[in-house]
Design a binder for this molecule. Structure first.
Ligand SMILES: CC(C)(COP(=O)(O)OP(=O)(O)OC[C@H]1O[C@@H](n2cnc3c(N)ncnc32)[C@H](O)[C@@H]1OP(=O)(O)O)[C@@H](O)C(=O)NCCC(=O)NCCS
Ligand SMILES: [Zn+2]
Length: 207
């Protein structure tokens, strides 16, 4: 039986294709197909794009971004509807106290038992150590919901907040290519982090 999370209509248990992870200060769930632009909006501001360098068509314009990131999620159309195409291995982070979107974490498969993690917080949720919870949730999604053994992450060494957040989430420094090509073609120096579990698992919501 599903348990509802506070009044925001967020289920606490997984069902097929829809995963839920909780951390001390965040509730994270699979985004729906209606939430793709919200997931992009949360990392479309200038500060995040200086790190993430997305393709121009994925960066949400400022007026739409403001509207999306300030509106409560968890209710309304597509609240917990169909998983978004390409978003099945992502989590939308929600601040359970306010019902506001707080960030997103994504997993990109590299092989059957290995994936690459990426993520970002909404501007107003940065600077309070929530990145560690966000990345720990991504790790849990991979290793305890999707049966993935190894999770890797690339980070620009100068991005101290991200390096610290990965480390606090349980990642350790790992070997990897020294350069990373970002979606808009920028090439940046990269440090690598990884976590390997001896006991990957599927959750009850997996087909
Ligand atoms: C990366 C990100 C998720 C980290 O978020 P966060 O947890 O809010 O980060 P914080 O500002 O709380 O910083 C985390 C840690 O780094 C430290 N830190 C942050 N900036 C620092 C700096 N310039 N110099 C030294 N230490 C710094 C903080 O003091 C904190 O230290 P702690 O681990 O001892 O508590 C967030 O900054 C973000 O979304 N950035 C934009 C997108 C991005 O960079 N994504 C990651 C790409 S790899
Ligand atoms: Zn699950």
């Amino acid at each position: 039986m599903s348990v509802m999370w506070k009044s925001w209509g967020i289920r606490k248990t997984c069902s097929p294709g829809r995963h839920v992870v909780t951390t001390p200060r965040l509730v994270l769930r699979s985004p729906t197909m209606w939430e793709l632009r919200l997931v992009l909006a949360l990392g479309s501001d200038g500060e995040a794009q200086r790190r993430l360098h997305w393709a121009p068509e994925d960066v949400i314009p400022e007026d739409e971004r403001e509207r999306l990131v300030t509106a409560p999620v968890g209710r309304g159309r597509g609240r917990f509807g169909l998983p978004g195409p390409g978003l099945e291995a992502a989590l939308l982070a929600i601040d359970p106290a306010l019902g506001l979107p707080a960030g997103a974490v994504t997993l990109t498969p590299e092989s059957r038992d290995r994936c690459e993690l990426g993520g970002y917080l909404a501007p107003s949720y940065r600077g309070r150590g929530l990145g560690a919870e966000l990345f720990a949730a991504g790790l849990a999604l991979a290793q305890h919901h999707l049966h993935i053994t190894e999770v890797r992450a690339a980070v620009e060494p100068a991005n101290t907040a991200c390096v610290r957040a990965l480390w606090r989430a349980g990642f350790d420094p790992a070997a990897g290519p020294e350069k990373y090509v970002l979606p808009d073609g920028h090439v940046l120096p990269s440090a690598w982090f990884a976590d390997v579990t001896p006991q990957p698992a599927w959750c009850e919501g997996t087909w």
